[in-house]
Structures are given as C-alpha cells and as structure tokens.
Design a protein around this ligand. Structure first.
Ligand code: CU
Length: 155
C-alpha cells in the first residue's frame, strides 16, 4: 500500500500541468532590431516530440502585420530568401532556425520591441490545432553569451 501511494505521487509530479503541445520551442528568440526596423527575424529550434511528422503551414506573430518562414539560399555568390509555404518537422526531431538558414521573418511591427519583450507566435499545423508559443526578444550579443562560458568583468 505504501509503495503504491509513493508511485501515484511520483506520477502526479511527473505529469505537466497542461497537455503538451505537439510543437515545442527550444531557445527560440526574436532578434532585437533598431526601433525603425520594419523587419525582424526569429531563430532557435522548433522540436517535434511526437511520433508523427508535423507540417507547419503558416505562422503569425502578435504585433506584426505578417510573418513568414524563410530559407536563405546562396546562389552564384548572392544570397536571397525564399518564402516556404510549408516546413516539416520530422517525428522526434527538431529544425534549426539560424542566421543564413531557416528563419521566421516578421514584417511591420506595430511598435518597437526591446529585449525582454515577448512575442506570441501562432503556428498553423496541417491536420492539428494551431500552437501558440511565447518567444522572447533578445539582443544578439546577450543571446550568444548564453552559449559561451561566463565572461568575468570584475577586474
Ligand atoms: Cu527572411
């Protein structure tokens, strides 16, 4: 009886408070831009923890007129961006959004965004309910510092 109670308690702790969304953001961030910027970009990883592929068919971002999934391509030494109509996140896999590659491009912000702000992204998925993810705005240098050892500035 005691063992069973302990197990029940353990399961209750392990379960998330809300049902898990099929699409998960992993260090997704919006790169802070000057207040006059009309276009911003988001990078990071989108992960699929389910056993089925997820197809992102569109993205919207709160406070922006438009958002699109882009891929930067280099051809003959020139870079350009393609708007992807859909992006597949394979089962139990992640896609990396990074400068020079895949990214979410955000057009025409309603107002300036600063580091510390949060943007809600709504991803439209094929055959599934849309997923809303809260994405922080960060300065590029601050973001990169997360990946490196701590810089000691005390002397
Ligand atoms: Cu772009």
């Amino acid at each position: 009886m005691i063992a069973r109670l302990a197990l029940t308690g353990l399961l209750a702790t392990a379960l998330p408070a809300q049902a898990a969304e099929p699409l998960r953001a992993e260090r997704l961030w919006v790169r802070e831009a000057p207040p006059v910027a009309k276009v911003l970009a988001a990078y990071g990883r989108l992960c699929n923890d389910t056993d089925a592929d997820i197809v992102i068919e569109g993205v919207a971002a709160e406070g922006f007129a438009r958002a699109e999934v882009h891929r930067t391509v280099e051809k003959d030494g020139r870079t350009s961006m393609r708007h992807l109509r859909s992006l597949t996140v394979s089962a139990n896999d992640c896609v990396a959004l990074e400068p020079g590659g895949l990214h979410v491009m955000l057009f025409d912000p309603a107002g300036p965004l600063r580091a510390g702000d949060t943007v809600s992204f709504i991803f439209s998925l094929a055959g599934r309910d849309p997923v809303t993810l809260a994405v922080p705005v960060e300065r590029q240098q601050d973001h990169h510092d997360h990946h490196q050892h701590g810089h000691g500035h005390e002397h």
